[in-house]
Design a protein around this ligand. Structure first.
Ligand SMILES: [Zn+2]
Length: 272
């Protein structure tokens, strides 16, 4: 099946969402063939006056733990001795960079290539946005305020779009974990003066499909080409997830009972 920009514009018209604000997690492959590639999808949203936010994570900027005197406990790492991410100490992240981890997919990669896109100031877990209000949604993202773009979207009644991906891609669930009192994990990267800084990140997402039965009632499902889109009003979504985690904290755990990130998150995350 071939998907065109017009198909997507038509779907967005039919959806008729009250707020043209969307956080999009996507798999371009899930569509089948898209005429014009990711540009067609993004243009369709922009032509319908949407502001869209996507994850543009860049894990390769992570550096090893630098302060051996202040090792955080319960931080989702089994050993700091062996915590050796790619050790690139002669470079640092900047929001002007277009570097992105391949696992983010082709739509976020394309968005980074748009000249006026806005990218958040977080070396490992940046979000990027395009559209009229892009700057507003991105400006508060900082190394210690990783979910600022999602929080702003949530406050403004935005929507979560899962395009051919499941709940394990829904980063907002890490924010809801934080809302239930769990601390976010701590990792490290260089600042623009090559000084190591600590940054906050989310944990393991592999168990998030456990929430499927609870969010069915607020889910809108649409098929576009071969891609199934699931659309959620963010505030309703967060409210449900928070309530479920509070009544059953273990629900966020993945299938691996030894997963240290899941175990530490359920205990409350790093002790700070
Ligand atoms: Zn896990």
């Amino acid at each position: 099946m071939i998907v065109t920009k017009e198909d997507i514009r038509e779907v967005l018209k039919e959806l008729d969402l009250d707020k043209k604000l969307a956080c999009i997690h996507s798999s371009l492959k899930s569509f089948g063939y898209v005429k014009g590639g990711p540009k067609s999808i993004v243009d369709a949203f922009l032509e319908r006056n949407y502001t869209i936010i996507v994850p543009t994570f860049s894990y390769d900027f992570e550096i090893p733990m630098f302060d051996k005197k202040n090792i955080p406990q319960q931080n989702g790492l089994s050993s700091y001795e062996n915590h050796n991410p790619i050790e690139i100490i002669n470079r640092y992240y900047s929001p002007s960079s277009n570097e992105i981890h391949y696992s983010m997919g082709l739509i976020p990669k394309y968005i980074l290539s748009i000249p006026n896109r806005k990218r958040g100031n977080h070396p490992l877990n940046s979000f990027s946005a395009v559209g009229k209000k892009a700057k507003h949604y991105i400006k508060n993202q900082k190394p210690k305020n990783v979910y600022a773009p999602l929080i702003e979207l949530y406050k403004n009644d935005g929507y979560l779009f899962l395009m051919g991906v499941d709940l394990t891609k829904a980063t907002i669930i890490h924010y809801t974990e934080n809302l239930t009192g769990r601390n976010l994990f701590i990792r490290w990267a260089n600042d623009s003066e090559f000084k190591p800084i600590s940054v906050n990140i989310g944990g393991c997402s592999d168990g998030f499909n456990n929430f499927n039965p609870y969010i069915k009632g607020i889910e809108r499902k649409i098929m576009i080409g071969d891609s199934i889109w699931r659309i959620f009003h963010l505030k309703s979504f967060v409210k449900i997830i928070v309530d479920v985690i509070k009544s059953n904290p273990e629900i966020t755990h993945c299938d691996n009972q030894d997963c240290i990130r899941c175990n530490d998150a359920i205990k409350g995350g790093p002790i700070i």
